[in-house]
Design a protein. Structure first.
Length: 101
């Protein structure tokens, strides 16, 4: 499967979102800088009614963790190390040269 098939979008120059490759519904994040939970929620839902208002299908990532990105766009992007949303029952795998593996 290609990352481009998972509706990826840049939320900032350092953060992108994409649909979980397993369920194709839940939004996962990948970031190359540490971001608090609150900062992640603001990126996903920039106009919340309150601080607990975010899409039900959003899985936040560990605030202190960051990945390395290489590639020019979603078709060529490589992310290291793996993305692990397994604790919430979602995908754990790699993005290599735009491919979900």
């Amino acid at each position: 499967m290609k990352l481009t098939e998972l509706e990826p979008k840049w939320l900032s120059p350092d953060v992108f979102s994409f649909k979980c490759p397993h369920c194709l519904k839940t939004t996962l994040l990948c970031k190359k800088i540490p971001l608090s939970f609150k900062e992640q929620v603001k990126l996903v839902n920039p106009t919340p009614e309150d601080e607990h208002d975010w899409p039900i299908d959003f899985v936040p990532m560990n605030a202190d963790y960051a990945w390395k990105f290489s590639g020019n766009d979603f078709a060529t992007l490589t992310v290291t190390p793996s993305i692990d949303a397994g604790a919430s029952g979602h995908w754990h795998g790699h993005i290599r040269k735009g491919e979900i593996v």
